[in-house]
Structures are given as structure tokens and as C-alpha cells.
Design a protein around this ligand. Structure first.
Ligand code: GLN
Length: 190
């Protein structure tokens, strides 16, 4: 498979490394042409305001939105989740608006900005996964068409809707390829 990673800022290389480790080809996406023949795309973690600004300045936001709307399997990690959300709490600025979720940025509070935990996400694997949170958002509201995949401390940290999946945490910062494999196999979309 050819898997695109939006490459303006943030944790791009970690995703590209995991894509390669699974035997697929990773492609940096910076302009419209890069979207042409990819089979899936990952919107990485980073700073959503920076990535969002660059999406707008370059005009990539329009073609990326159309491509995702046409069914491209899409995974947003952390800042990527914020870019896909219909609404961001306390913030006027909106980006792709492709998922019926409301998100809260830096939502786990300043003292525990970053933490790790372990959890079984039943729909994904019977084995525990390491979940890494870095100044992470969580989902505060979902519409009926959104399926919740995982909660931590009662907060929604993974969900899906049609061809889009989002995680507050960073599987690409672990040695575990389970999540990427689950995303690329695509059974979750059916
Ligand atoms: N706090 C960042 C934001 O709001 C997201 C952090 C991350 O992607 N690790 O954009």
C-alpha cells in the first residue's frame, strides 16, 4: 500500500518508520499532487494551529478535504484529531470539519500533560496496548454516527466515523504496530 502522511509539522518520521516496518510505502504529503495515488492518509500529532495554518496557506485543505470525503481511509493522531473535528472547544478556528465530534485541546490538564497507560481496546486487539498521551485532546461530544473505540478516565480517546479514525494517543511512538495494522487492514470501515 502507499500511505500518505501529512508532512507540514509534527511526528511525521515516526509514522513513516512504522509504515515501512509493516512493509508498506510511506509518502510525505505537502501538496495536492501528493494525494494522487495514495491508499490511505495519516494526519500526525504536532501543533494543530501550525498544521492547520499551513493547510490553509497552501490551499491543500480543499483537496485534502475532498479526497477524505471521497472515502480515503484517514487516521488522525492527536493534533490530527483536532484537524478533523467539526468543533474545537473554546476556539473559533476550524479546519477540515470532517468528523461529528467536539474536541477539547490539551484536555488532560497541565500537570499531567503527558503520560502513558496500558489498555485493551477490544475492537482492535485482545492484547494490552501502550497508550502515549502528549498534551493530548479528548473528545467531549459525539453524534450518533460516531463509534467510540476507547475511553481513558471516562474520556473518549479513540473513535471512528465512516472512513475516518482518530486517536488522542500516539501508537507511532511505541514499538507496537498493532494500531497501524488495524488501520491499514481497513476492516473497521465496514
Ligand atoms: N496540544 C496539541 C494541539 O493542540 C496536540 C498535541 C499532539 O499532537 N501531541 O495541537
Amino acid at each position: 500500500m502507499k500511505v500518505g502522511v501529512l508532512s507540514f509539522q509534527g511526528g511525521v518520521i515516526e509514522h513513516l518508520n512504522q509504515i515501512k516496518a509493516l512493509g508498506h510505502t510511506g509518502v510525505e504529503v505537502k501538496k495536492e499532487k501528493d494525494l494522487d495515488d495514495i491508499d490511505a492518509i495519516i494526519l500526525p500529532g504536532g501543533e494543530s494551529t501550525t498544521i492547520g495554518k499551513l493547510l490553509k496557506i497552501t490551499g491543500l485543505i480543499k483537496s485534502l478535504k475532498e479526497k477524505i470525503e471521497s472515502g480515503l481511509p484517514t487516521w488522525g493522531t492527536c493534533a490530527g484529531m483536532i484537524l478533523l473535528a467539526n468543533e474545537v472547544e473554546g476556539q473559533e478556528e476550524k479546519y477540515l470539519q470532517l468528523m461529528d465530534i467536539k474536541v477539547k485541546r490539551n484536555a488532560f490538564g497541565t500537570q499531567i500533560d503527558s503520560f502513558k497507560t496500558h489498555k485493551v481496546i477490544e475492537k482492535i486487539s485482545k492484547d494490552e496496548m501502550e497508550l502515549v498521551f502528549i498534551r493530548a485532546p479528548y473528545i467531549t461530544e459525539v453524534k450518533d454516527n460516531v463509534r467510540i473505540l476507547c475511553k481513558v478516565d471516562d474520556k473518549i480517546v479513540a473513535a471512528r466515523q465512516d472512513n475516518i479514525i482518530v486517536t488522542s494517543f500516539h501508537p507511532e511512538l511505541t514499538n507496537d504496530l498493532t494500531f497501524l495494522n488495524y488501520f491499514l487492514k481497513g476492516k473497521w470501515m465496514k
